[in-house]
Design a protein around this ligand. Structure first.
Ligand code: MG
Length: 301
């Protein structure tokens, strides 16, 4: 495999950009100018599904469904340039232990920012979880369970909400559910039981329930999220926001723009880039590769 030079990546971006009326290319050059005013990026926080990974959660599948090594090469390029890539995902921590090893990575932020693994040490973000519950529980999920938060929701929506198996099993930060509910009604039910510190958040369309059009939901303590976890992780690394970048595709991912120097939104992403958030030409893993190319080029100045 060859290591792409900056000029290659710019040409590649230009080729891709031509197919998009030139707009993504303008974003990329604006991102390059933005990066030129920042210190070198030390860390890149990257969402997994729809960002680093292609269709089917595959590292080696391009956004068109065909084979592609661009995202894998970008991981190699980042490592070679000294940029630490940290997955930031809604996936459960248990799975990340294996996934990160396969990707040649070490640290991760899992379960929507509730579980942080750094330098082999696991810790939790508890958000607004009351101190007494926190003191008595091993994990935020255990605190939610001991408070009865899941029971309240299942009772409020009988037959319309259930654990999203197998993906909910062995989670540590919260619960992953699926079904069809009114989130405002769910959160009012929690508040009515004195559990306003917990909340249900819509995670988008999901499957796994034959015959029904369902959505996935996270049950979490309020005050947690990808941005909070990234900010705390950066502080523990002794890094300033300007020394970090993030890349993603969802609105939750876009919140990371507020705590890093530069945010890259892949072409399949949702949300309006602006300020320090830039669209990149590529979708999914190709967009991740575009972000890495920009960061590596900026480090090489
Ligand atoms: Mg995503």
């Amino acid at each position: 495999m060859q290591l792409w030079r900056h000029s290659d990546s710019v040409r590649r971006g230009a080729q891709v950009g031509l197919g998009h009326a030139g707009a993504p290319m303008r974003h990329s050059s604006a991102a390059a100018r933005h990066l030129a005013a920042l210190p070198p990026a030390e860390v890149l926080y990257a969402d997994l599904d729809g960002t680093l990974l292609g269709p089917g959660g595959s590292l080696l599948t391009g956004p068109d469904g065909g084979p592609s090594a661009r995202a894998a090469q970008a991981l190699v390029d980042a490592r070679g340039a000294g940029i630490t890539v940290v997955p930031v995902t809604g996936r459960r921590a248990l799975a990340l232990d294996g996934d990160t090893r396969l990707l040649g990575l070490r640290d991760y932020i899992a379960e929507v920012g509730t579980v942080i693994l750094r330098a082999g040490r696991r810790r939790y973000e508890w958000g607004s979880c009351p101190a007494d519950l926190r003191a008595a529980a091993a994990t935020p999920r255990a605190a939610l369970d001991s408070a009865g938060a899941l029971d309240v929701l299942l009772a409020a929506f009988p037959g319309d909400l259930r654990p999203f198996l197998p993906w909910d099993a062995d989670r540590e930060g919260g619960h992953l559910l699926h079904g069809r509910v009114d989130v405002a009604v769910a959160n009012a039910a929690l508040s009515a039981q004195g559990l306003g510190w917990a909340y249900l958040v819509d995670n988008g369309a999901a499957g796994g329930w034959p015959g029904r059009r369902v959505r996935a939901y996270h049950l979490l303590p309020r005050g947690v999220g990808k941005a909070v976890a990234v900010a705390d992780d950066l502080a523990e690394r002794g890094l300033a926001a300007g020394q970090a970048a993030a890349c993603g595709d969802s609105l939750e991912d876009l919140t990371m723009a507020g705590v890093v120097g530069t945010y890259f939104q892949v072409a399949n992403g949702h949300g309006e880039p602006g300020g320090n958030a830039f669209g990149v030409p590529g979708a999914m893993g190709h967009g991740f590769a575009d972000a890495v190319a920009l960061l590596v080029a900026a480090r090489g100045r």
